[in-house]
Design a protein around this ligand. Sequence first.
Ligand SMILES: NC(=O)c1ccc[n+]([C@@H]2O[C@H](COP(=O)([O-])OP(=O)(O)OC[C@H]3O[C@@H](n4cnc5c(N)ncnc54)[C@H](OP(=O)(O)O)[C@@H]3O)[C@@H](O)[C@H]2O)c1
Length: 236
Amino acid sequence: MEWTFPRFSTGRLAASIAKGVVLREDVFLQTKYTFRRGQDHRLPYDPKAAIPEQVEQSFASSLAHLGVERIDSYLLHGPTSSNGLTADDWAAWRAMETIHDSGRARMLGVSNFQIEQLQQLCEKARVRPRFVQNRCYAGLGWDGQVREFCRVHDVVYQGFSLLTANRSILAAKQLARIAARHQRTIPQIIFRFAIQAGMIPLTGTTDPAQMRADLDVFDFHLEPAETAWIAGAGTP
Ligand SMILES: NC(=O)c1ccc[n+]([C@@H]2O[C@H](COP(=O)([O-])OP(=O)(O)OC[C@H]3O[C@@H](n4cnc5c(N)ncnc54)[C@H](OP(=O)(O)O)[C@@H]3O)[C@@H](O)[C@H]2O)c1
C-alpha cells in the first residue's frame, strides 16, 4: 500500500469529523507522547505525575482534542537519551502497551530512535512497534540502517524532513534534470524516491496547491539509475 500523510490542524479535523464532512474511517490519526523536555507550555499532563500517568493523561488529551475515541497510531516521540533505553523510556512504552491493549490505539510506534534503541525495544517489547518515524538525512544514507532494520523486521518507516533536512541535495543540478525528465517538481521527485525506497513520506504545507502536488506522486516511477543517484547523493 502506498500512503502519504498530509498534516491537518487538530481543531479543524475534529470539527470536520463532528460535522460529518470527514469520516473518521477515512483518516489515519497518529499522535505522540512527548517527555517533559520536548514539550512547550501547552503541557498535556501533570509533570509531577509518574510516567505511566503522564502517558495516560497525554493520550486522553489527544482523544479530546481530536474528538475521537481511538487513535490509529500512537508514538513515543523520542527516547530520553541518545544512548540506549532508560527506565523512563520503558515506563512510557509499557503504558503505551496498556493503551494498545485497551483498544484505544490500534498500533504503536517510536520516533527519533537510533538503530540500537530500536533493536533493544524490539527485543523486549510485548507489543512491537509498527512504525518508526525519523528525520531522514540524505547524508546518513536516508537513514539507511534504520530503514534496513525496519524492512527486515516488518516495521513501517515514516520519513520526515525529507525536504527541509536535505536542502543541498534539493538544489543539485542532477536532481533538477531528473525532475525535468519526469515533468515533476523536485519535492515530487523526493517523495517518489522515498516511496520507492519503502518509506511513508511525511510532509506538511500551508499551501493547498503544494499539498495537491505532494500527493500527486503515485502515477510515475523513477528509473533504477535515478533512485541510485538520489540514494547516494548525500554521501561522499
Ligand atoms: N517526530 C518528530 O520529531 C517530527 C519532527 C518534525 C516533523 N515531524 C512530522 O513530519 C511532518 C513533516 O515534517 P517537515 O515539516 O520537516 O517536512 P518537510 O517536507 O521537510 O518540510 C515541510 C516544509 O516544506 C514545504 N513544502 C511542502 N511541500 C512543498 C512543495 N511541494 N514545494 C515547496 N515547498 C514545500 C512546506 O511549505 P509551507 O511553508 O508552504 O507550509 C514546509 O515549510 C510534520 O508534519 C510532522 O508530522 C515529526
